[in-house]
Design a protein around this ligand. Structure first.
Ligand code: SF4
Length: 378
């Protein structure tokens, strides 16, 4: 073991599935509208926790005093940012101690590589605005390429059922292919209904110990899943997604959320639904191609956590997240668009990155959004 305590570091040759736009990424540094360490608790991996735990003296004490959490640990934020970010917005840990004292997420961000044992999956985190720009402009945003590589990464999870993993590997591209954008709002609503109905069937098959069913379009749409109704939006938006501190932590997200409340809070359900319908018609009639973005976002969130099913067998949980996040982003976009009359790509990237940090990476918010959506459809 190295001093500083890095455990179980090893490299293994395996198939790596890489999202098509991964290699185009370059950090835009000074031009980035945020920094990696602002507005969210930096998650600490087991290896770095071990390193900090083994550090002797005042340095070790100071680092450990900034850690919070039980099982999932993170750095305690200071004025919305990582406590080790220095005055020049650079990483104090890297400057004073060296790169190996940075949490893995900071060394690699926004790159993510998950080693599932049989193969690994590599993608970029949408909490980074530049990664979002690549996602939204890629020709094949939901495509993966396979390569054989030596990767250095701890095995994620501990399930040992290679047949189940292989069936998930086969299933993901099929589910992504259900995300249609060519027949507008109704087409995407049909896709979302097909995904949820498939999730139900797969869940039942799993419980009965049967083979996973083939994924296909459903015969009938059961729910309005794109867009959600105004009542469901109201339930989702009145969660801890919004708090006044966001004006400092994530002003790009704070402003549209605040505007949403200002506009919809004073309306009855009927008036609110009418207003939402009119926003949606205008937005998509002006440019029907806008639908593509929401299918891409759904696909992104679907693939992001999809292989967690290998650990928790919960098809519904992970598939419904795709539907949830695509809708939440739609409402944010509509709010900005109606207030400002435009929604340039740079603004879309900032918004999706801020939303991802707040709604996907913040456990408390993510759980609350999930509970609300499960109350409705679970
Ligand atoms: S958020 Fe992305 S583009 Fe911005 S500083 Fe971090 S890695 Fe670079």
């Amino acid at each position: 073991m190295e001093s500083g305590g890095r455990l179980f570091r090893y490299k293994r040759r395996m198939i790596v599935k890489t999202v098509s736009w991964y290699h185009d990424f370059h950090c835009i540094q000074g031009e980035c509208p945020v920094t990696c360490c602002f507005g969210w608790g930096i998650p600490l991996d087991d290896e770095i926790c071990e390193t900090y735990h083994n550090m002797k003296g005042l340095k070790g004490f100071l680092i450990r005093s900034r850690i919070r959490g039980g099982k999932l640990k993170s750095f305690r934020l200071s004025l919305g940012k990582c406590p080790f970010q220095d005055r020049e917005a650079l990483c104090g840990l890297q400057r004073k101690l060296g790169e190996k004292y940075m949490p893995r997420v900071c060394r690699e961000y926004p790159r993510q590589c998950i080693n599932l044992g049989g193969f690994a999956v590599r993608t970029l985190d949408a909490g980074c605005p530049e990664a979002v720009r690549l996602l939204l402009t890629a020709e094949d945003p939901l495509g993966f390429t396979d390569s054989e590589e030596k990767i250095e990464s701890r095995r994620y999870g501990n399930n040992e059922e290679p047949e189940f993993l292989a069936s998930l590997e086969k299933l993901l591209p099929r589910l992504l292919s259900l995300l249609r954008e060519d027949s507008g709002i109704r087409g995407l609503n049909h896709s979302f209904n097909s995904l949820l109905q498939y999730a139900e069937k797969a869940q039942e098959a799993c419980i009965r110990g049967e083979k996973l069913p083939e994924a296909s379009f459903c015969e009938e749409d059961r729910f309005p899943l794109f867009p959600f109704s105004i009542m469901l939006f109201n339930e989702l938006y009145s969660t801890s997604l919004f708090e006044e501190r966001l004006s400092i932590l994530a002003p790009k997200l704070y402003r549209p959320l605040k505007r949403y409340y200002r506009v919809f809070d004073r309306l009855t359900e009927i008036k609110g639904q009418e207003l939402l319908d009119s926003w949606i018609s205008r937005y998509f009639e002006e440019d029907p191609g806008r639908i593509r973005k929401y299918s891409v976002i759904a696909g992104y969130f679907l693939q992001l956590d999809f292989y967690d099913i290998y650990e928790d067998y919960s098809f519904f949980t992970h598939i419904i997240q795709a539907v949830l996040h695509a809708n939440m982003i739609l409402m944010l976009d509509l709010t900005v668009y109606n207030a400002e009359g435009e929604l340039p790509l740079s603004r879309q990237c900032e918004l999706l990155a801020a939303y991802t940090r707040r709604a996907h990476h913040n456990d408390e918010v993510a759980k609350e959004l999930f509970r609300r959506i499960m109350d409705r459809y679970g």
